[in-house]
Design a protein around this ligand. Sequence first.
Ligand code: GTP
Ligand code: MG
Length: 455
Amino acid sequence: MFDDTIAAVATPPGSGAVAVIRLSGRESFEIITKVFRPKKASLEFNPYSIRFGTINDNKEIIDEVLISIFKAPHSYTGEDSVEISCHGSLFIQQKILNLLIKNGARFAGPGEYTQRAYLNGKMDLSQAEAVADLIASESASAHKVAMQQMRGGFSSDLQQLRSRLLKFITLIELELDFSEEDVEFADRKALKKLIGDIQKHISDLIHSFELGNVIKKGIPVAIVGEPNVGKSTLLNVLLNEDKAIVSDIAGTTRDAVEDIISIKGILFRLIDTAGIRKTEDKVESLGIERTMDKIKKSDIVLFMINAGDPDAEKKISEIQKKSKNKQLIVVINKIDKNKSENSLHKISGKNIQYIKISAKHKTNIDKLNELLIETVNYSALNSSDTIITNIRHLNALQNAYQSSLRVSEGLGNNISGEFLAQDIREILQYIGEITGEFTTDEVLGNVFANFCIGK
Ligand SMILES: Nc1nc2c(ncn2[C@@H]2O[C@H](COP(=O)(O)OP(=O)(O)OP(=O)(O)O)[C@@H](O)[C@H]2O)c(=O)[nH]1
Ligand SMILES: [Mg+2]
């Protein structure tokens, strides 16, 4: 438990209808008693009660407020806490906060409430990190992943790993106990199977990071094609704002322009690129180089082409070569201009789809949105499997995986049980770094520095 009591405004800076000021620590009730006058009867600190009254600085009434009372350990931080809901004026918020400080609280640092919650055993470190993700989540899928992690989905996964590892150690120790009596060794086959399972589990978690990253940052979609086909027009239409410059001059976009859209709760990071053509212009060719790089880094390529382009087939097959392993959507644009039924012979394949649109007249844009959704692996995004999104977790899991490789190697070479147990303990150590069981002040500092003040 901590000695001091912390205070901060928990609602976003600025004025709103209501603001919430939090107080947490052993002197919370003492401090609130000094500044709060209840409307009715005496102030009793019944847990889970809400009281109406005023905040006073000596004789001056600062505001009429509601206070919510939380008694340790049943609060967010695990300590005695009070939340003051006051009117949302910035002036009032500052005045109340300063009054709390004057009466013995101190200003909370970023993430200090959650840090206390973690240190008081209310949540493990990965859950604390999920709180920050939850606050930052901007799409249904990011929200879902963060919520699952905060509610302990990932923690229970790690718990499962832990108990498997402990089972392994127990088996080995059993083997050590019996070795002198020349009894049959603990079943090596069982040990091998167990370490195989553990490895699979860790590697599944590692692989989920790619998906987790995409959920957090948006699925990268590169919009590519020759100059003037309407890439920037399409970007603007999809974003519903004039983000990129559109003109009839070929080579308008020189550098990639990007922005995020959410379609049915999934984030897409749209990247408008410089049109691809042969050019002598230095700046333009740098832009084209960058386009190639964007194709490499994207998951989905929207290849735009003019309706009625006589060389469509050749161009599509070229882009297909450049975007191997990507989902390719061929967007035939300007169908308003060229009404003649396109004689395009479609190159078919698993990763290629076609759509006809007019970016300028917003024809078939809904269909394109639907196609984008269909193209992503919707089921993976919606499964209840644990998805990791945090680079710190990824690093720890990669280290754990390396140690697990040493264990299976050791098993293959029949090394002694003691050494095996040591390597297994190393895996436990790495897993413990994620949950915060084994951690350094530096790691903790980094984790909580990413929070806002008041959380
Ligand atoms: N008729 C018609 N014109 C369009 C359509 N989409 C875009 N345009 C026009 O085509 C021209 C080029 O559009 P942009 O969006 O700047 O093309 P871009 O592909 O970004 O071009 P660069 O940046 O130069 O590579 C503009 O004059 C647009 O108004 C469409 O669907 N129909
Ligand atoms: Mg452009």
